[in-house]
Design a protein around this ligand. Structure first.
Ligand SMILES: [Zn+2]
Length: 317
């Protein structure tokens, strides 16, 4: 049994995965604010899997945690998790002694990519060799899985497509550059530029655009252009079979998918090369409520075990 946690800004999703790869239990609890409370949330979530979901915690061999922010390569240390009130936290070091099993920590989008890849396996149909998971939330980032393995890159930056500038005279991005994909398509950037109070600013923008509001139409077009640019970058650099779109902004569902597919199709019209890539047919939405992020974290948590198993198999011939 392996446990995976997706620590989000407001809620933490936890799953227990049995040896056959099926989800044996799932719970959700609120996420605490600040380093101590975040570490406690991890402990509480594992406890709740036992108490509320009836998971036999003595059978758990590993815990993986997906968390927003940067993970220092090769460590369980998370830095700059701004949405959680965490500047720096040695998460694995803090919770491992309390949990008594190995704990591994990964960036939440990268973990979700691994989970989305695993969930894409339909019985009888092989999973795509390569997949990108493009997270459309407050910010924009992607995780890339090739041959079933998460591609982290040399410094863990692989997939940070949100900060590719697509317009040097575009809006200023929070990273300091101009015209980043995230400055056009990030939920946070759109909410800022829409500047009207709303619980669901991106949905408001779509509704106002449908009603004919010119500034909303411009923002909505920018969102579709930004997402389409990210899809192009992912396919043209990593040649992923499909790009799965997830994250809060994808609650817009087909309205978003249709816009993005239209931009991809329109930009392919003048280019036989782009047309040959069939990009509009290679994007999919992650189903609402998908356990991809927590499941992916469970897979990350067990990564060392897999390596260990392989090593044992080699030693034992
Ligand atoms: Zn940027």
């Amino acid at each position: 049994m392996k446990v995976g946690l997706d620590v989000g800004g407001t809620k933490t999703d936890a799953v227990a995965v049995d040896d056959g790869g099926s989800i044996a239990g799932r719970i959700r609890i609120p996420t605490g604010w600040g380093p101590d409370a975040v570490a406690q949330t991890v402990l509480d979530a594992v406890g709740a899997l036992g108490r509320e979901a009836g998971v036999d915690l003595s059978a758990v061999r590993s815990v993986g945690v997906g968390i927003p922010g940067q993970i220092e390569p090769g460590t369980g240390r998370v830095v700059h998790a701004v949405n959680l009130g965490v500047e720096a936290l040695d998460l694995a070091d803090v919770v491992t002694p309390r949990l008594g099993v190995p704990v591994r920590v990964e960036n939440d989008v990268k973990a979700a990519a691994l989970g989305a890849h695993a969930l894409h396996r339909v019985p009888g149909v092989a999973a795509p060799d390569s997949m990108a998971y493009l997270n459309l939330g407050t910010g924009i980032a992607a995780g890339i899985v090739t041959d079933g393995v998460l591609w982290r890159g040399a410094r863990g930056t692989a997939g940070e497509v949100g900060h590719i500038s697509v317009d040097p005279s575009g809006p200023r991005c929070r990273c300091g550059q101009r015209g980043c994909i995230e400055a056009f398509a990030g939920g946070g950037a759109i909410a800022e530029r829409w500047a009207r109070r709303s619980a669901l600013p991106v949905r408001d923008v779509f509704d106002a655009a449908d009603a004919g509001d010119a500034s909303a139409r411009q923002l909505r077009a920018g969102l579709a252009q930004g997402v389409a640019a990210a899809v192009r970058v992912l396919v043209l650099t990593a040649d992923v079979d499909i790009v799965v779109l997830g994250g809060g902004v994808t609650a817009l569902g087909e309205r978003l998918l249709t816009d993005v597919a239209a931009v991809l199709s329109a930009s392919a019209e003048a280019s036989p090369f782009m047309r040959s890539l069939h990009l509009a047919e290679r994007i999919e939405l992650l189903p609402p409520g998908s356990p991809a992020a927590a499941l992916g974290a469970a897979l990350v948590g067990a990564e060392g075990d897999a390596a260990h198993d392989t090593q044992e198999a080699l030693i034992n011939g």
